[in-house]
Design a protein around this ligand. Structure first.
Ligand code: 3HC
Length: 306
């Protein structure tokens, strides 16, 4: 079967945190597509761009990227300010949303995107666990229904495109179809992920998809081990690193992902399945209450430089 062209001439990325920035990076450098990067926080946008510059400089210094390619990648990224808002993305062929794991926030963004972007634009979400089907339903225009042709068409261009952190390094993208997603949307989203240099697996739209339905109970068990005093944090991590050849121990990995993100995903798994095996550990909840969010906040299971 011939490969499907993604046909994306410009991509919009919403959120310039660690995931959004990584997606912008592989889009500009690997897929070589102009990127409009939007965040409602100017501070976060500046931080994201500075991090991208640093990554490109490192890759050039290592000889992994030529200085011309790095310059071209940098030139392909344009910032869309908070003031311009989502209207600044009106002409893109695809949006990839990578904001925090909150259903209401994502629903509001997709509703607005559906009103402002062309009905042909693909609307992808990098959610780690939230129902793509629910997000797709939020795009049904006012006055339309899920069964009307305009309502069905709008929802059919929503898809899950789940990248992994750090995006420039991790080779996988998980592709998730909502109940409403069209074949064309799925094929083009897959082709785009491949153009970003990724391998693609597919998952049904279940809480956590394949990746987090497996990863989060593993991380949660490690936190419960620590909570019960079974072993020290160092020994829990060392067991998995040296005993199972994992690149990071589960507590270190939780800090790396962000403890608030881990908790949100675990809550989605727990409420979405009703299965007590997904109940988040109290220690994780308390650490998030304390704003100990892992590496990004300077404190989690370990301490980090600011
Ligand atoms: N951005 C870009 N590149 C990075 C990076 C970052 N944030 N962090 C590390 N790298 C690069 C380094 O530059 C280096 O590149 P090189 O090989 O060209 O020199 C390479 O990664 C290896 O880095 P280091 O030598 O500094 O450190 P490690 O060998 O310890 O690797 C790691 C770091 C790649 C992060 C490795 O520890 C790892 O694979 N950890 C597990 C990560 C993981 O499991 N991610 C998935 C999280 S789950 C998720 O994202 C899903 C979500 O829904 C929760």
């Amino acid at each position: 079967m011939a490969a499907v062209a993604h046909g994306i001439r410009t991509v919009g990325v919403i959120g310039s945190g660690q995931m959004g920035l990584g997606i912008a990076y592989v889009s500009a450098l690997r897929a070589r597509v102009p990127v409009l990067l939007h965040d409602r926080s100017e501070v976060q946008l500046k931080k994201g761009l500075a991090f991208m510059d640093k990554l490109l400089e490192k890759d050039v210094a290592k000889g992994k990227v030529s200085s011309e390619d790095a310059k071209d990648a940098k030139d392909r990224v344009t910032v869309v300010s908070a003031e311009q808002g989502l209207s600044g993305l009106r002409d893109v062929d695809m949006v990839i949303e990578a904001v925090s794991e909150k259903l209401a926030v994502k629903e509001a963004i997709f509703k607005e995107l559906s009103a402002k972007l062309s009905p042909e634009a693909i609307l992808a979400t990098n959610t780690s666990s939230i129902s793509i089907t629910k997000i797709a339903a939020a795009t049904i225009p006012e006055g339309q229904t899920a069964a009307s042709s305009e309502g069905a068409k709008s929802a059919s261009r929503v898809v899950g495109l789940h990248f992994f952190n750090p995006v420039p390094v991790m080779k996988l993208v998980e592709l998730i179809s909502a109940l409403q997603t069209s074949r064309d949307t799925l094929d083009r989203a897959r082709a785009y992920a491949v153009a970003c240099g990724k391998e693609v697996t597919t998952s049904q739209d279940v809480p956590g998809f394949v990746s987090n339905a497996l990863l989060m109970p593993f991380i949660n068990e490690a936190i419960m081990c620590l909570e019960k005093g079974v072993a020290t944090r160092e020994d829990i991590d060392k067991t998995l690193k040296l005993g199972m050849n994992h690149p990071m121990g589960p507590l270190q990995l939780a800090d790396f992902i962000g403890l608030d993100t881990c908790l949100s995903i675990q809550q989605t798994l727990y409420t979405g399945t009703g299965d007590s095996k997904y109940r988040p550990s109290i220690l994780l909840e308390r650490m998030v209450d304390a704003q100990w969010l892992g590496k990004k906040s300077g404190k989690g299971f370990y301490d980090y430089d600011a």
